[in-house]
Write a protein that binds this ligand. Structure first.
Ligand code: AMP
Ligand code: MG
Length: 416
């Protein structure tokens, strides 16, 4: 008797590996986004278009790292307390009035300019003040509690490289260097659409057999976090002609098209046909689970990522396929997700030759964190995303996993 398969990934044929797909993306997709200058406050998440060279040093002057007393190290006794006379009082933002001469200390506050002659600051907690005298305990090293001019950023050094996606700390650094605006790549315009006769907008009443569109909300959120502009093309029916129209329209106005659903081999899956009709298809199956049916191609000259309909697969393939395409289009340095070693507390069997991702929660209570597999595994399970911390990544060659084995863990914050 013929054995029917319950493994929807069982059918043969060659599947493209993830690394090969990634190489193909960076080979075929080239930057489209020109350069503009934007105020710092609008630069978060944008891609830096030029290297940034420091026009000033940070800090610009030697200063104190603490509230205390600035002294000359050579005035201090190494073996017993030293009492010095206190002159001057130097607050942040004010210039010291006098040079520190031998045998005197200056009251100083965090961030204030170190007076000439001083080469160490004693924390106020380590001193005893009595009138205009201050007594300092021994044991401090030269240079302690001081910050030297240029120790953070040296004048003329390259602090940020073109291609960097600017984060909050980057903006702080640019501000500290005095930049008012910054050269960035133009924002990409990404057309986003869902496919499926069963897919309805949230808020629309559901007939039997219908579902609300979850993917457009996941994908729009991911796109916005990547600093692109989303052009929402709604939901398109499973109809070759309508899908063709929608994709041509999206291609005409955007830098990239992202679809979900309709990329499998069913008769109602029209995305591949539409790509073949109006452009070219580079790949449509990857050696991964979940997310095997995922297409990359172009409509006219606009690249397209055709993600699978199952939400978990859509999210994963966004990270593996759509995100590199966005990076290539915007000349952004590709993000390489960091993996962390954890211990699997579940057994697992898989086929060789494909990379698999298992949704897990981490229990960091003792030693190496333990990855606990989520109890529902369908690629359509939205709660399997909201209730977990990330994915265990099982490489192509693995076929079997025993509890207690060390595996690679990818937190969602690294993946997407
Ligand atoms: P497909 O890739 O079109 O065969 O869809 C695979 C599964 O994902 C089906 O169960 C669909 O109903 C579901 N699906 C497709 N599009 C969406 C969507 N936008 N939101 C939520 N589920 C979807
Ligand atoms: Mg469908």
């Amino acid at each position: 008797m013929a054995q029917l398969s319950d493994d929807c990934f069982a059918f043969g044929g060659s599947l493209l590996g993830i690394d090969a797909a990634r190489r193909m993306i960076f080979e075929r997709v080239t930057p489209v986004a020109g350069i503009e200058r934007v105020p710092l406050r609008q630069a978060l998440g944008r891609t830096l278009a030029e290297d940034i060279v420091a026009p000033i040093a940070v800090p610009g002057y030697d200063n104190s790292a603490v509230d205390g007393y600035a002294v000359r190290f050579d005035d201090l006794r190494a073996d017993r307390p030293t009492t010095l006379r206190c002159i001057d009082r130097i607050a942040a933002g004010h210039d010291p009035s006098a040079r520190l001469t031998q045998g005197v200390a200056a009251r100083i506050f965090t961030g204030a300019i170190l007076p000439e002659g001083a080469d160490v600051v004693i924390m106020q907690e380590d001193c005893e003040r009595d009138g205009d005298r201050v007594t300092i305990r021994p044991g401090i090293r030269r240079g302690a509690n001081t910050r030297r001019a240029g120790e953070d950023v040296a004048l003329g050094s390259t602090v940020l490289m073109a291609g960097r996606r600017l984060g909050p700390a980057d903006l702080g650094l640019l501000a500290a260097l005095g930049f008012v605006e910054v050269p960035v790549r133009r924002k990409l315009l990404v057309a986003l659409l869902s496919t499926g006769d069963e897919v309805r907008e949230p808020g629309a009443p559901l007939q039997r057999g219908q579902i609300h569109d979850a993917n457009r909300y996941i994908l729009a959120g991911l796109l916005e976090r990547l600093g692109v502009e989303v052009s929402d093309h709604g939901i398109v029916r499973d109809d070759e002609a309508r899908l063709g129209d929608a994709l041509r329209e999206a291609a005409a106005e955007s830098d990239l098209i992202i679809t979900s659903g309709g990329v499998s081999t069913g008769e109602e899956d029209h995305v591949r046909t539409a790509i073949a009709n109006d452009g070219s298809l580079y790949f449509w199956r990857l050696a991964i689970k979940p997310g095997r049916p995922v297409a990359m191609g172009q409509i006219g000259s606009t690249p397209l990522a055709g993600l699978p309909g199952n939400p978990v697969a859509a999210l994963l393939t966004f990270a593996l396929v759509a995100r590199p395409m966005i990076e290539a289009l915007s000349a952004t340095t590709p993000h390489v997700a960091k993996r962390f070693r954890v211990v699997a507390d579940f057994p697992y069997k898989k086929r060789a030759g494909r990379r698999e991702y298992v949704r897990v929660s981490l229990d960091p209570s003792a030693g190496l964190a333990k990855a606990r597999r989520y109890h529902k595994e369908g690629a359509g399970m939205l709660t399997s995303l909201t209730e977990t911390d990330g994915l265990v990544e099982l490489p192509e060659e693995t076929t079997k996993l025993e509890p207690g084995a060390e595996v690679d863990f990818l937190p969602y914050s690294e993946l997407i």
